[in-house]
Design a protein around this ligand. Sequence first.
Ligand code: S3P
Length: 179
Amino acid sequence: MHSDRHIVNLALIGFMGAGKTSVGRLVAELLGFDFMDTDDLIQARAGRTISEIFATDGEPAFRELERQVVEGLSTCRQTVISTGGGLPAFSENLAKLKSHALVVCLWSSPEKIWERVRHQSHRPLLLDADPQQKVRDLLAAREPFYKQADVLVNTDIRGLREVAHQVALQFRLALRPER
Ligand code: S3P
């Protein structure tokens, strides 16, 4: 871990449907931390849903709101931050998160992701003629960014609670003073 990092928070990154919000809430409970979700912050600030922002202003406007939210997170302390799936695909966002948070990626295969998101309709990026292919393509494009996380936890093979315990353990280990 770089010495210029001052880790006081835990950030969860990963693709849509990886379980970031559910796991994040559980991890916050386990660590006694606050919980925050970047999509919730964006929606609260804009007074609109993510789908509405995409539909009326387009994806670039959403990404700008996301960038602004990331900027403000550096003042958080003892907080588990769940992030939107595309957020770490912008290097500046990932670097900012890493300055104050241990970054944990919840990794899922495209097959598992598809199982989880196929009956949901609130994700504008999946409103596509071939959403399953879109999942594969987006995941492939984002994989190099997700793999820059400090820790990767495979969620295909574990339930939410087990993933949450694994994440909390990794956080405690990362903060342990080096001997
Ligand atoms: C997005 C993921 C969504 C939300 C927006 C864009 C993405 O968050 O930020 O729809 O680019 O993958 P979840 O990962 O929480 O679904």
